[in-house]
Design a protein around this ligand. Structure first.
Ligand code: ATP
Ligand code: MG
Length: 432
């Protein structure tokens, strides 16, 4: 049987990898501009971290984790999301001893056992940021502004920003009780998952994607109407700053995040160009998380955006021109045994000078393919110049340069090959 990649995983082939590099480069630039430092955490963590840090009533913990025991009998889990590991690192390395807030970003693979669809994989990638140690609404707004700036620089335009506040430890208990009482009379209209979750986490019912749950919860009490003074004021300040930046947003009173540790601000950036998997990025404030993983209490806020969904959005907008292979600058056509050795040497020198060079490879060390076959290969790769080396020319100490755009060809001395090639190529670099 032919080997295949596991369901829900994808290979990113070279052309598509160019698109990824472009997105990753954009993320890096934007994070730098906003003053975030990169953090890289392990691919697996102790399972306990996600039980405490993501929450036992979430989709992730209930049914999506890749959990296994290692040879030492410890339970480990492949990282399903980025926030809990970053917060763990913040606590473990006593980063609160440095300037607060600690502003950290990441772009890493995540693993969730999901039903694979377009834009929903079992191994997928997120870029995200966390600002730990501040309640400042300016940081909540940064978490929305950063992904928007990434999309703006990439040219992705069709999206909407949805904002809500889900309160805090002070105001949520009363709201929760009211929502529970409201739902109690409608339990038979909910899906089985929501019925089983209702006791432990009634807010999640508002987040359910099933149509019957959406209908049944129409008119349910909203957290927005039950915020304490502090949470109302915080939300007010977030919206003042959003308007000051000219960021259009819509209040969505039903928006609650899947993860248990969220407080106050929650938001999503959604698009209509990706079908059912329309959320490009999402995040919010999680003032209770550092304490949940065993640290002191620090208010914090973050976001995560899907890389695959950014790639899909670029493609949907026809902005995938970066998805191509880099053509070599120079193709070395080597005719004869000595010429092949000289060609390997010249390619080596050109590559050291950062000039992308390709050679015609042959299965026989001392046999070159025909000139015609090699020129065809150069054309197929889209090389700009061919450098033609024959044994006779070598004996005379020369090589020929052929400009493939117009077919013009001339001889240069072997000593002067590198500068001659450089002069022809001029200053122009790669596509970006
Ligand atoms: P959903 O409700 O779509 O399952 P979620 O609440 O699980 O989303 P988060 O955990 O907040 O999503 O993840 C943030 C972002 O990461 C999502 O908006 C999406 O862009 C991306 N993402 C999440 N899960 C996947 C996945 N399985 N495959 C690809 N991208 C994903
Ligand atoms: Mg999910």
């Amino acid at each position: 049987m032919e080997a295949r990649a596991p369901r829900g995983t994808t290979d990113i082939l070279p052309e598509e990898a160019r698109l990824w590099q472009k997105i990753e480069a954009t993320v890096r630039e934007v994070m730098r501009a906003y003053g975030y430092g990169e953090i890289r955490t392990p691919v697996f963590e102790y399972t306990e971290l996600f039980l405490r840090g993501v929450g036992e009533t979430t989709d992730i913990v209930e049914k999506q984790m890749y959990t296994f025991e290692d040879q030492g009998g410890r339970s480990l889990t492949l990282r399903p999301e980025g926030t809990a590991p970053v917060v763990r690192a913040f606590v473990q390395h006593r980063l609160d001893g440095r300037a607060l807030p600690q502003k950290l970003w990441y772009a890493q693979p995540m693993f969730r056992y999901e039903r694979p669809q377009a834009g929903r994989g079992r191994q997928f990638h997120q870029f995200g940021a966390e600002a730990i140690g501040t309640l400042d609404p300016a940081c909540d707004v940064e978490m929305i502004a950063i992904p928007l700036e990434v999309y703006r620089r990439l040219g992705i335009q069709r999206f909407e920003v949805l904002v809500n506040s889900i309160g805090c430890e002070v105001c949520r208990p009363a709201y929760r009780a009211e929502l529970k009482a409201w739902l109690a009379g409608r339990l038979d209209q909910l899906c089985p998952t929501c019925r089983s979750r209702y006791e432990r986490n009634p807010l999640r019912v508002l987040d359910c994607k099933e149509e019957r749950c959406r209908q049944a919860t129409e008119g349910a009490p909203a957290p927005l109407d039950h915020l304490c003074d502090e949470c109302s004021r915080h939300l007010e300040h977030v919206t003042v700053l959003l308007r000051a930046l000219g960021i259009e947003y819509r209040m969505d009173p039903r928006l609650v995040r899947g993860l248990d540790y969220y407080t106050k601000t929650v938001f999503e950036i959604v698009t209509d160009v990706l079908g059912a998997q329309g959320t490009l990025a999402a995040g919010g404030r999680y003032d209770g998380l550092t304490a949940a993983v065993g640290g002191k209490r620090f208010p914090a806020v973050g976001f995560a955006g899907g890389m695959e969904r950014a790639v899909l959005a670029l493609r949907a907008a026809g902005l995938d021109e970066a998805a191509h292979l880099d053509a070599p600058d120079v193709f070395l056509v080597c005719l004869g045994k000595e010429a092949r050795i000289e060609g390997v040497k010249i390619a080596h020198r050109l590559r050291r000078e950062d000039i992308a060079s390709a050679l015609d490879y042959s299965d026989e060390f001392d046999q070159a393919r025909s000139m015609r076959a090699q020129m065809k290969a150069a054309g197929r790769l889209g090389a700009r110049l061919a450098l033609i080396l024959g044994d006779d020319e070598l004996a005379r100490g020369v090589a020929s340069i052929k400009r493939l755009s117009d077919g013009e060809q001339w001889e240069v001395s072997l000593d002067g090959v590198i500068p001659a090639v450089k002069e022809q190529l001029g200053g122009g670099g790669g596509p970006f």
